[in-house]
Design a protein around this ligand. Structure first.
Ligand code: GCU
Length: 668
């Protein structure tokens, strides 16, 4: 084992990893000027040793993890492995609150924040690498807790670095002003110091009203000189503590968060003001486009384009507009966000959700790589010029994923949910990797390399997202959960006094004629017009619209003939049915995997797979029986009789936490 180049902490880590885990011939780690830049590396065998070369020590570390992954997968080194990541910034977004809770987190509490260093803090329960820390009084001694946190942060950083993730936002986009106070900044510095050797930069979400809330100013108007000075000084303070701080993530004028519009200013005024404060230090502003009208307005799916397109080209060089993959909100299937295709002079980036807010939380095993790749693939439409994977000038490209990580023993609330964290890192590195390859890698590295196991479960993982779409929201249906409850179906949910676009009927529009949201130009909201012509022509026409997005773009008659010749109604019912059968098949497959997986993990996942199959029935019965009250049509052949009655389903709320399999058995 040899190292050449400046022996910094990162290169030492690479050396440690190889020394500890590599079982093959001699390895040389070389940082050299002629090596690959932008975190890239080469790995080759020069006859005497395996060489890992890069222009940076981080590139060498990535090379070391790649070599170890190949060893674990049983892949021989042939020729030269030469890699450079696709995106410059491969960033997790944690929705962690300063009190330790995690918004849309299904894996326990935050690994970063806690309300008070008390025995009840989740972090005292966390176990890393088999080291359990039962909450004994001794364990809660401050020093012990600090050591324990550092252990967790290191394990977190190592897991991220091993899949190429190089940045992380430590707190929720619904940001509390106190995150920029001294105490939280000190904590941020501590975290940054632990993450640094692994090549991970920290970012913070900031509350736009911070100058008012904690700075003693009377306004947060981005054009006010005192406000501008406040942000500059704040940035200077942060960089004094954390010289490589990444920058700010901002949710402004969205869902009640403050923003420049509170002062009659624009997104450009707000974003550029923060950008100016960060620019001298090389920091970046990720300004979110998840903005929709504070009151009911036009079609919700069309609002981001209406809001942001007037500003295309006006954002500062160190601003990136962060756009969710779909136009509404991380639904099981959405078309690509038209804003991603429309902004031509602005650096944009995609935000996907790794945490399964709308796909069964940490209960259902749903592998999300196929969903994200679907978005990348559409973006390649000939006239859909997308900026998220191209550099505009010398700006940086980025890809963000809302993390599913908490202090639960397996990090993600379920061992299989880790697959999505893994897939995010791998796709941020190389979006051309296939779903199968990512699934195979994950399964081999996490559970077993047995070929039967890997083949069977790769099939399950790769099919799981489509099955979830089928049993939850097939054919382009979306957002048929109740307001604020995103686990089970409540397509009927419509209490008086709640704004319509927070309610399922707004999205499914079921009536006596048919189902679906008409977004065509001729008779609907016209949102199809926001797409480039090649996609507009496909989506706007009922006959050419892909059937898996049909009800997103069209209000379709119950007796409309689908490509198969069956009616919409029969197809809807049978697609729900298919989804349930597939979920049942997943559970059966996992049942047969017992011999390949240790008992604890097998059992924990078996419970989840069984619950997923039961929930799929619930979804099927709730949606089909409810829509039948409009279609008034009989259930087609091949649709198994309902297990539940609609009235009963309406009385229970299918929520992850307040319902157990036993509750379900009690149903009539
Ligand atoms: C969703 C989610 C919220 C989150 C929001 C966002 O609406 O339910 O919890 O704050 O997205 O992305 O900002």
């Amino acid at each position: 084992m040899k190292m050449s180049g400046k022996k910094d902490a990162t290169l030492r880590l690479a050396c440690d990893e190889i020394q500890q885990y590599w079982k093959g011939k001699n390895v040389v780690l070389a940082v050299k000027k002629s090596g690959k830049t932008r975190d890239g590396f080469d790995i080759f065998d020069d006859g005497r040793a395996v060489r890992i070369e890069s222009a940076s020590s981080l590139g060498v570390l990535y090379g070391a993890y790649t070599l170890l992954r190949m060893q674990a997968m049983g892949q021989p080194l042939q020729g030269t492995i030469s890699e450079t990541p696709c995106y410059d910034i491969r960033i997790l977004n944690h929705w962690d609150n300063p009190n330790g809770t995690v918004e849309r987190g299904f894996a326990g509490r935050s690994i970063f924040w806690h309300d008070a260093p008390s025995a009840s803090s989740g972090r005292a329960r966390r176990a890393v690498d088999g080291v359990t820390s039962a909450s004994t009084p001794q364990d809660n001694a401050p020093q012990k807790q600090d050591d324990h946190l550092v252990t967790i942060w290191k394990a977190y950083a190592r897991a991220n670095a091993s899949i190429g993730i190089n940045a992380t936002v430590l707190n929720n986009v619904n940001a509390k002003p106190l995150m920029l106070g001294d105490e939280k900044l000190q904590e941020t510095k501590r975290i940054a110091d632990v993450l640094r050797p692994y090549g991970i930069k920290v970012y913070l979400s900031v509350n736009f009203a911070s100058p008012k809330a904690i700075g003693g100013l009377s306004t947060a108007d981005p054009l006010d000189p005192d406000v501008r000075r406040w942000w500059k000084e704040k940035a200077n303070d942060i960089y004094r503590m954390i010289p490589d701080f990444g920058g700010f993530l901002v949710k402004a004028n969205s869902e009640g968060e403050p923003g420049p519009m509170d002062y009659g200013r624009s997104h450009v005024d707000g974003a550029n003001m923060l950008a100016e404060a960060l620019a001298p230090h090389g920091g970046i502003v990720m300004w979110r486009a998840f903005v929709y009208s504070a009151k009911e307005g036009s079609d919700r799916a069309a609002q981001a384009v209406e809001e942001f397109m007037p500003y295309d080209g006006q954002f500062a060089d160190n601003v990136i507009i962060q756009i969710k993959n779909g136009p509404v909100d991380f639904q099981p299937r959405e078309p690509i966000s038209p804003l991603l295709l429309a902004m031509k002079q602005t650096q944009t980036m995609i935000e996907v959700q790794i945490t399964q807010e709308y796909l069964g939380e940490s209960v259902h095993s749903v592998f999300l790589a196929p969903m994200w790749k679907e978005c990348f693939d559409v973006a390649k439409a000939p006239d859909g010029f997308a900026n998220f994977d191209k550099h505009i000038g010398n700006r940086k490209t980025a890809f963000a994923g809302v993390a599913n990580i908490g202090d639960s023993r397996n990090w993600c609330g379920s061992d299989m949910a880790q697959a999505n964290w893994y897939a995010f890192g791998r796709l941020a590195w190389n979006p051309d990797l296939s779903n199968e390859q990512i699934a195979r890698e994950f399964l081999s590295l996490t559970f077993s390399t047995n070929p039967v196991f890997v083949t069977e479960m790769t099939h399950v993982l790769c099919q799981s997202r489509e099955s979830c779409v089928k049993y939850m929201m097939p054919l382009g249906l979306h957002h048929i959960f109740a307001d604020n409850h995103h686990y089970g179906p409540e397509p009927w949910y419509a209490p008086k006094g709640v704004r319509a676009d927070w309610l399922p009927p707004y999205y499914h529009k079921a009536d006596a004629n048919g189902l679906g949201f008409d977004r065509t130009v001729e008779t609907g909201s016209g949102a199809t017009k926001q797409y480039p012509p090649s996609l507009y022509n496909i989506y706007n026409d009922l006959n050419s619209c892909p059937e898996n997005l049909l009800l997103w773009f069209h209000h379709v008659a119950w007796n409309h003939r689908m490509h198969s010749g069956k009616t919409l109604w029969d197809t809807l019912c049978l697609t729900y049915e298919e989804g349930v059968r597939e979920a049942e098949a997943f559970a059966d497959t996992w049942r047969n995997m017992k011999q390949y997986v240790d008992a604890d993990r097998w059992e924990a996942l078996m419970k989840r797979y069984d619950r997923q199959a039961r929930d799929a029935w619930w979804w099927r019965d709730a949606c089909v029986l409810y829509f039948q009250t409009f279609s008034k049509l009989p259930l087609p052949d091949g649709f198994r009789p309902a297990k539940f009655k609609l009235d009963d389903l309406k009385r229970y709320r299918l929520v992850m936490d307040n319902y157990t399999a036993a509750d379900m058995d009690k149903l009539p």
